[in-house]
Write a protein that binds this ligand. Structure first.
Ligand code: PLP
Length: 346
């Protein structure tokens, strides 16, 4: 039962009942929320919808995410934070992550005083399925975060592997699919939720949809978890301008997908280019909008590019990623400038 996994204070929480959630309809005069009576013509004087219903309805039609299974966070970051607050008891529970992966899982765990168990990837940067299953059985983490395609490696993990881990895990398995639109033939873990409601999926408007500045993260989960998220989150976590940006992105879904296809083509061409550079010893296969490479001297290459006004990410701090650089796929012009700079390095 999901309710047995929840922190008891979350399970028993009486949600804040906002003016906007107590009334919905078409009244002419709204004197219930102490808003300003003057907001110009754009309605920004009013509080936003606590449940982002308009955006979630549109997500159902455009993205096929059932309305009762979706919730919106202030970026995926808030969704990650909320999941930890919902399921993990501070000072007692743990979460598990693969390493290396996206850093925020560990940061939000730390801010809740929840410990992090990290399981190293194999040398080829794929998931160590057996080690993960053994560690889950031994340490019983409350949440296992799996990022696929993984940041910073760009790897997609087979759905069958994720399914097995989620089955062995008695806690929540949170699959972060922030980069799924850049992966060809991607199979989403959201198809697992019906059989295993302990699976939740994270998506975002920040990458393929080009709305990082709006802060819109998506939680896809069983309706049961969705309801708990709705009552535990800050009441007005998604601003109206942000919701509007999400609606715009979905109205323009075809061009977002066209931009993804263009990014994929550019990633492939750029990867082939990187293979020809003498100081690049490895171009890791990526299914995201970035490429991870191993070079002779990552710190030196980073500084060299920076001096030319180009910022990339040095990921060398992880023992598995010595001398690696992560490069986002930019516009055609940006990539041409970058390629010229790369050709000019020793
Ligand atoms: C960029 C990214 C996100 C997006 O986070 P937002 O808070 O929605 O901007 C989520 N997960 C991973 C792994 C990312 O790299």
């Amino acid at each position: 039962m999901i309710t047995d996994l929840l922190n008891p204070w979350i399970r028993d929480l009486v949600p804040y009942s906002s003016a906007r959630s107590e009334f919905s309809g078409n009244a002419e005069i709204l004197l219930d929320a102490n808003e300003s009576w003057d907001g110009g013509n754009d309605g920004i004087n009013r509080y936003p919808d606590p449940f982002a219903r308009e955006l979630r309805k549109k997500m159902e039609t455009v993205l096929g995410i059932p309305y009762a299974m979706s919730a919106i966070g202030n970026g995926s970051d808030e969704v990650i934070d909320m999941l930890i607050r919902m399921f993990c008891a501070p000072g007692k529970d743990s979460v598990m992550v693969e390493r290396p992966t996206y850093g925020t899982y560990s940061v939000f765990a730390a801010t809740s005083n929840v410990s992090v168990i990290d399981v190293p990837l194999k040398g080829d940067l794929t998931l160590d399925e057996e080690l993960m299953v053994d560690t889950i059985k031994e340490k019983k983490p409350k949440i296992v975060f799996i990022c696929s395609p993984n940041n910073p490696t760009g790897r997609v993990y087979p759905l069958s592997v994720i399914e097995r881990i989620a089955e062995e895990n008695e806690g929540i398995t949170a699959v972060d699919e922030a980069y799924c639109d850049f992966a060809e033939g991607f199979q989403s873990a959201s198809s697992l939720i019906e059989r295993n409601p302990r699976v939740v999926v994270l998506r975002t408007f920040s990458k393929a949809f080009g709305k990082a500045g709006a802060r819109l993260g998506i939680l896809i989960s069983s309706p049961e978890i969705q309801k708990v998220f709705m009552k535990a989150k800050p009441p007005y976590n998604v601003s109206r301008p942000a919701e509007m940006e999400g609606l715009k992105a979905l109205a323009d879904y075809d061009s977002a997908m066209a931009r993804c296809r263009e990014t994929i083509l550019r990633r492939k061409a750029f990867s082939s280019f990187l293979e020809t550079l003498p100081y690049v010893s490895e171009v890791f296969p990526s299914e995201a909008n970035f490429v991870l490479i191993k070079v002779s001297d990552a710190a030196a290459l980073y500084s060299y590019l920076l001096a030319r006004g180009i910022v990339v990410r040095n990921r060398s701090s992880d023992p598995l990623l010595a001398n690696t650089i992560r490069i986002t796929i930019g516009s055609e012009k940006e990539m041409e400038t970058l390629k010229e700079a790369l050709l000019g390095w020793k």
